[in-house]
Design a protein around this ligand. Sequence first.
Ligand code: FPP
Length: 318
Amino acid sequence: EEAIAAHGRLCYGRERNASARGAGRIVCRPECPNALIEANPLYPAAKLRIDELNAEERAVYATLKPERLPQHVAIIMDGNGRWAGHRSLKRFLGHQQGANSVQLVTETASRIGLPWLTLYAFSLENNLRRPRAEVNFLMRLLRTYLESNLQRMMDNNVRMKYIGRTHELPAEVQEKMRWAEQATAGNTGTTLTLALNYGGRSELVDAFRGLADEMKQKHITPAHITEEDIHRHLYTAHMPDPDLLIRTSGEMRLSNYLLWQIAYTEIFVTERLWPDFKGIHLLEAIAEYQLRERRYGGLSDSVGEVEENPDQITIVAN
Ligand code: FPP
């Protein structure tokens, strides 16, 4: 109640900060009791390696507001094929160059202490609709990528995780994935999550199946289902929702990515093709994100107290 009084609207402070989902979200006015929450607890200074940014990156980083850094950035990496096509190269080479961008962006994320980075590396639709030769190449690329970048993940304190129907991937790919996940499990910096054989709708199907099983076991009736129950059954139950979604190559689509989780996510679309997207572009996207005002369906802080009494306004029928 105190929080609502301070804001004049619902506050996303204390309760959300207490759960993993909303950790560190600062949307309170100073007079709100929730504003007492420490700014960005998930960005401890000890994890910052700003001195490892290159000069260009450091210049952009210097313009960022430390108290408004996102906790979670999700990226739809698009444009590998076009990047290759523009150079009269085979699509495969675009993917290979794209894997290089994955590593560079991950390392910049880890240097600024970004807690969560989630990359759409291979969708269910890619698996079903792309030529077998391309799918096989992507699987081989993933294995090679994990093997050859493990040391760099360790050096950058990156923890690796995956979301998606990964059990449907080839056994040797799953084995390499497990190997990289286990090897990096003790790292405490950025969690890099690769979405593999992932689809937002199939994630919801899997979540509802899990929830239905639980309800049956615990004799819970449908009227008692909450948003939190659905959240608990998502692949992403252990992480906060993305604050920022980046899509490369200019397409204005969500492509079945994290459909539940991006309800209030800020979207940044760049014309840049994924193989040309580097750490500095991540920082530029974060700078743009910091200019946005996040309202979560509420009113802008600048609106202030509503002075008009809407009861006195006559509604004119159209
Ligand atoms: C879209 O390019 C990208 C993908 C199919 C998935 C992303 C894959 C990578 C970045 C490479 C491998 C990743 C890892 C983690 C090793 P597209 O082929 O749809 O491009 P287009 O729209 O220009 O054809």
